[in-house]
Design a protein around this ligand. Structure first.
Ligand SMILES: [Zn+2]
Length: 350
């Protein structure tokens, strides 16, 4: 009897059934319950959003993560804290946008919601790990991408718009999320990971070849470091337009213009690889000004390093000071003719 009750309780836990009903629910009931929960979550988020007054002159937090794993520290977020970061942001009405969307001034969020840009630097396996099961590759549910996709499945409106700022040739596994067996990652999985990210809607961002301190090098080496980052992404996802660059260590090259635009000739093939970025990420500075603010500089975007309570404090400050960007809805929607024509005319301007 005791054993039977324990088995029923376990079945109940697995099926997420209520304590008043110890029998496992049929699959269609479970699916209906999950759908009802999703719908209730979306409804309550919409109600909260409806209470927020639009403020499209407000600031936008651009979050900066490095390692995400078993420890919490200056350069590492514990994965439980990371999950909580997503929850906190979701509850407060933030929804992800990419860096490219931000600099285009396209914030495709409904009225009352606020944009947040997630950036993940250095392409460690902690961001994206595969596990091999019976010959099939699965995203490790404890890596950033796994946590993110699980979260998106259960939180309506959570968009796959994180930005991965990658190194194709750094050591210790920081080469497109791991190679040479580091953290169980195989070298031949690297391009598949980039393609997966692009297909899912995430943004691929350059962070140089191996994280060079660009102030220390000649103009030629600066361009080689940056161009080889772009070239490697293009090798994985042919034709991908890399629009965002994250400065390693937040350090500018002596010739600042080369962070934005340059070219390098591959001596092996004779091919010239050029780059021209629409967005450049700094390593610190706090929440960034709105794209509508005259002070907005897409080639110097401030970020918030997420460690300790930095995220909570930044969000509190934005609310307390009334400086949080809140979407006005229609004006920024893709189906808005007026906004689209405004963007179009800006793109064609000299
Ligand atoms: Zn870095």
């Amino acid at each position: 009897m005791v054993r039977r009750l324990a088995a029923a309780a376990l079945a109940c836990a697995l099926a997420a059934c209520s304590t008043s009903d110890a029998r496992p629910a049929p699959n269609d009931t479970i699916a209906a319950r999950a759908a009802a929960e999703l719908s209730a979550r979306a409804d309550s988020a919409a109600v909260a959003a409806g209470r927020r007054a639009p403020n499209e002159q407000g600031r936008v937090p651009i979050l900066e993560y490095h390692l995400v794993g078993d420890t919490e520290g200056r350069w590492s977020r514990h994965r439980d804290r990371f999950r909580r970061d997503l929850e906190i942001l979701y509850e407060r009405g933030y929804r992800p946008v990419s860096a490219a969307e931000l600099v285009d001034g396209e914030i495709p969020l409904d009225a009352g919601y606020s944009p947040v840009v997630f950036t993940f630097d250095d392409a460690s396996p902690s961001h994206f790990r595969y596990v091999e099961r019976e010959g099939r590759l699965e995203v490790d549910s404890t890596s950033v991408v796994g946590i993110w996709l699980d979260f998106a499945r259960t939180h309506p409106g959570w968009r796959n718009k994180a930005v991965f700022c990658m190194l194709p040739g750094a050591t210790h596994g920081h080469a497109f999320f791991g190679d040479k067996g580091i953290a169980g990652q195989k070298t031949e999985w690297r391009f598949a990971k980039l393609r997966f990210l692009a297909e899912q809607g995430f943004e691929l961002c350059d962070h140089t070849l191996w994280h060079a301190n660009l102030a220390k090098y000649s103009d030629a080496v600066v361009q080689e470091q940056i161009a080889r980052g772009v070239m490697a992404i293009d090798s994985a996802v042919p034709g991908y337009r890399v629009r965002t660059f994250a400065l390693p260590l937040g350090v500018w090259p002596k010739n600042r213009a080369l962070a934005r635009e340059g070219s390098w000739r591959d001596p092996r093939t004779g091919r010239v690889v050029s780059y021209k970025f629409d967005a450049i990420l700094e390593v610190a500075g706090g929440a960034n000004v709105s794209p509508s603010d005259p002070a907005f500089d897409p080639h110097s975007l401030d970020r918030i390093q997420v460690y300790g309570d930095a995220l909570e404090q930044a969000l509190e400050r934005l609310d307390r000071t009334g400086t949080r960007y809140v979407s006005g809805g229609g004006a920024a929607r893709p189906d808005s003719g007026s906004r689209l024509s405004a963007i179009g005319s800006r793109q064609t301007a000299p």
